[in-house]
Design a binder for this molecule. Structure first.
Ligand code: SAM
Length: 408
């Protein structure tokens, strides 16, 4: 197949959130040759459904990529770009998304994209100029925005951000829109924010994974091994700490399991992690496949581990087991919690209770609403809030949609 044929097939297959693409995003994706931005891979790979990793750090960890076409399309739909808009992208990567943005804003608009990595920025600049795309590529740290430029109607961030830094507040127009994969206590959600004065309010909140931002404001996740081997790792966000040496003996205790009676199709629990995040010691626990297969540890609820809690010498995390269902096409799983260590049973019970709370609050049908305020705005009203998280430059509030006060 030719590049054009492959590109059209790619666009035909892209349906973010199950919906067809809007005419403008569809046309932009058919117009921009993606393979020009990932010359190191075959045409089939360039137009495949997966992200293409283009750069890795010294440890082999991916630091730059062309995001999956479905992710790119979904973010463009979320951004709602119109001709004439001024758009700022943080994380130029290959430049592909910036080329799509240039199509969407047209000659009356402008696109500025910032890239932290100099080599990545120059490759993006070269690919964009080979196509004659009117994009300004800035090599710099997107956490400090694009100094000296006017405000932007749209800001899109294509790496996982821990905070909404002051520069983005200053550079987003009064009625502007910000699309950002935001890390909240280690949970990454792509949030579509609309600005209303000094507050950003979410239009949608979708679970997704992105490589973390680098630079001045970067906050690294910590991975802490429990015991000598790689079987169990505690992943912590923010600057929270655990005493890894205290946990060393946790796995010598027999497991304590607490089933919840809450069964969900495919084991999918929309936004449940935010209910668990209200518990002290909240973290992600990564369990090795080998330890599960030889029966040393219970399986974590998801392929990327499971949320859980750590306290002193004990820990607990979510797991699942098949649950009877009449619908053979849609398997159901009951959610449970397993605990290890002297207080493992207590912690498992605590997690199980939060799962039942989530189920009572709406379970699968629950919708979240996220607000962000500049840190210097003081401490806004927090009634009806599930979580309030203070970052360096902003304060993030997570609410259950039904509990959003009428005045908001
Ligand atoms: C997933 S890739 C971006 C994909 C890109 N938009 C595309 O169309 O190919 C994320 C990019 O963000 C960049 N990045 C990470 N931290 C950054 C920062 N503080 N400022 C600007 N870029 C950053 C990375 O170097 C990487 O190239």
């Amino acid at each position: 197949m030719t590049a054009d044929e492959l590109r059209n097939a790619m666009v035909d297959g892209v349906r973010p959130s199950g919906a067809a693409l809007s005419g403008r995003v569809d046309a932009a994706m058919r117009a921009v040759p993606r393979h020009v931005f990932v010359p190191e891979v075959s045409l089939e790979r360039a137009y495949g459904p997966d992200p293409v990793v283009t750069h890795r750090d010294g440890d082999g960890v991916p630091v730059s990529s062309a995001s999956a076409p479905g992710t790119v399309a979904g973010m463009l739909e979320d951004l709602d770009v119109h001709p004439g808009h001024r758009v700022l992208e943080i994380g130029a990567g290959t430049g592909y998304n910036a080329a799509l943005l240039a199509q969407l804003v047209g000659p009356a608009g402008s696109v500025t994209t910032i890239e932290y990595d100099e080599a990545v920025a120059s490759a993006a600049r070269a690919a964009l100029s080979s196509l004659g795309a009117a994009v300004t590529v800035v090599h710099g740290d997107g956490m400090i925005g694009a100094p000296g430029r006017p405000t932007f109607d749209r800001i899109v961030v294509t790496a996982g951000a821990w905070d909404i830094p002051q520069a983005w507040w200053e550079q987003l127009a009064e009625d502007g829109r910000l699309v950002v994969p935001l890390r909240i206590l280690g949970l990454t959600r792509t949030v579509v924010f609309e600005r209303a004065g000094a507050v950003l309010r979410s239009r949608s909140v979708v679970e997704d994974g992105f490589m973390p931002m680098r630079g001045v404001g970067a906050v690294r996740e910590q991975n802490i091994r429990v015991g000598a081997g790689p079987d169990l790792v505690v992943r912590l966000d923010d600057d929270r700490q655990v005493d890894a040496s205290a946990l060393r003996g946790a796995l010598d205790h027999p497991v304590a399991v607490c089933w919840t009676g809450v069964a969900v199709p495919w084991g999918w629990t929309e936004h449940l992690d935010f209910w668990l995040a209200t518990l002290d010691g909240f973290c992600r626990l990564l369990v090795s496949r080998a330890a599960v297969e030889d029966g040393r540890l219970m399986a974590a609820k998801g392929p990327w581990g499971s949320m859980g809690v750590v306290e002193g010498e004990s820990l607990a995390y979510l797991t699942t087991r098949p649950s009877p269902t009449d619908d053979a096409a849609m398997p159901s799983y009951e959610v449970g919690a397993c605990g290890y260590g002297p207080r493992g049973a207590d912690l498992a019970a605590r997690l199980a209770e939060r799962v039942r709370d989530w189920d009572r609050d709406g379970g699968q049908g629950v919708q979240l609403w996220i607000e962000a305020y500049p840190a210097d705005a003081g401490r806004p009203e927090v009634s009806g809030v599930l979580l309030a998280v203070d970052k360096r430059d902003s304060r993030v509030l997570v609410r259950v949609a039904e509990q959003v006060p009428a005045a908001v």
